[in-house]
Design a protein around this ligand. Structure first.
Ligand SMILES: [Zn+2]
Length: 154
């Protein structure tokens, strides 16, 4: 998803492929929603298989740097289109922890929100010019969900 103000950054295709090669425990989705894939940003349909893997969404060192459990569809999938102007339901139907980082990857703000508030919350965090990007996690289990970047044109 891209708006005038921000862009969602799911796990990169390269990182997702590398994690699939390493593999991990395989889950078969037996409820919907309940198994959110962090590449296509869709909840797996019942019967679809996913790997549980550990992903580090940071691109630089920081005291906050850590890996997070995530699901990936077992077979390669596609990130959502940049032209999709809608936040994925995977995000809007969950309680989320939104963490704001500055250019040194230091956390400068954070909030637990209802997913329906995500778009508003992203805008509020980016009102602070020090905010470089946001990490969105599931509030309850802590799984990283997506990174949100300021649009370069913003
Ligand atoms: Zn997927």
């Amino acid at each position: 998803m891209t708006t005038h103000a921000f862009a969602l950054r799911p796990i990169s295709d390269d990182d997702a492929d590398a994690l699939r090669r390493i593999g991990g425990p395989i889950y078969t989705a037996d409820e919907f929603p309940g198994f959110p894939c962090r590449q296509c940003l869709e909840d797996a349909a019942i019967g679809e298989e996913l790997f549980l893997v550990s992903h580090d969404p940071f691109d630089r060192d920081s005291e906050y740097r850590s890996s997070s459990p995530i699901f990936l569809h077992r077979h390669a999938c596609q990130p959502p289109s940049d032209r999709d102007a809608r936040l994925p339901e995977q995000l809007t139907r969950r309680q989320l922890s939104v963490r704001a980082f500055d250019g040194d990857a230091m956390m400068i703000d954070a909030a637990v929100i209802d997913g329906t508030e995500l778009e508003h919350s992203i805008g509020a965090f980016f009102d602070d010019p020090e905010t470089k990007l946001l990490h969105v996690h599931n509030a309850s289990r802590g799984c990283w969900a997506v990174t949100v970047e300021r649009n370069a044109a913003d």
